[in-house]
Ligand binder design. Structure first.
Ligand code: PGA
Length: 241
């Protein structure tokens, strides 16, 4: 299985930031066999970032509307993303779940909308600090309710992100990552008879990326803070070989 290195800039960037980031990253970037590099900037910068990066670096979105078009002020549809040459979209990030109250059911409908337009979904799941004693139950419920009926499995990537590890500098131990990844992989295998790409996210940095990427069952990383520094993000990309 190839490794996915995905950057999530969240709501950070500006025109000049995009230009500087793309210039530095493009100078460092050499496509590596068996690896996919995807960067997800805020929506207004998708076209500009995409035009400034080598073709082998894909540009993705951080969210999508569940509806195809119409009176949904402030939203962006999957068709619009596709029209802007986007192939990947993050859905169900914990910040969307907690700050914007996105339920598993809404997330499932966004997955349907995205896949209808041929987008590959990076579906985020993960437990909060309060749910740490019940990790497997929480993950099973998120998998059951965020993945819709009729899912297109070859356009689905799962990202396991313990919420308490996001943006905190607190990384899950390698044992915990392997344990949760094994649980998710087995659960998905039992339910869909397929091994889906499974990424880890939560305070991934250049210093811990190689260890995390070498964990059993880890097919890549979803990187927030460290993806804002093109050199750090490149180090993470290179750490996977
Ligand atoms: P972080 O964010 O790397 O800053 O912890 C990860 C994420 O939110 O996807």
């Amino acid at each position: 299985m190839k490794k996915y290195i995905v950057g999530n800039w969240k709501m950070n960037a500006s025109q000049s930031f995009v230009q500087r980031w793309a210039k530095t990253f493009s100078e460092l970037f050499v496509p590596l066999e068996g690896q996919e590099c995807i960067v997800c900037p805020p929506l207004p910068y998708i076209a500009c970032l995409s035009a400034s990066l080598p073709d082998a670096v894909r540009v993705g979105a951080q969210n999508v509307c569940e509806a195809p078009d119409g009176a949904f002020t402030g939203e962006v549809s999957a068709r619009m993303l596709k029209d802007c040459d986007v192939d990947h979209v993050i859905i169900g990030h914990s910040e969307r779940r907690s700050i914007y109250g996105e339920s598993n059911e809404l997330i499932a409908s966004k997955v349907v909308a995205a896949q209808k337009e041929g987008l590959t979904v990076i579906l985020c799941i993960g437990e909060t600090l309060e749910q740490r004693d019940d990790v497997e139950k929480v993950l099973a419920s998120q998998l059951d309710h965020s993945i819709p009926e009729g899912i297109v499995l070859d356009k689905l990537i799962i990202a396991y992100e313990p919420v308490w590890a996001i943006g905190t500098g607190q990384v899950a131990s390698l044992e915990d990552i392997e344990k949760s990844h094994k649980f998710i992989t087995d659960y998905v295998m039992k339910k869909f008879q397929v091994r889906l790409p499974l990424l880890y996210g939560g305070s991934v940095k250049p210093g811990n990326a190689a260890d995390i990427l070498n964990c059993d069952g880890v097919d890549g990383v979803l990187v927030g803070g460290a993806s804002l520094d093109p050199q750090d993000f490149h180090k993470i990309y290179s750490a996977s070989v």
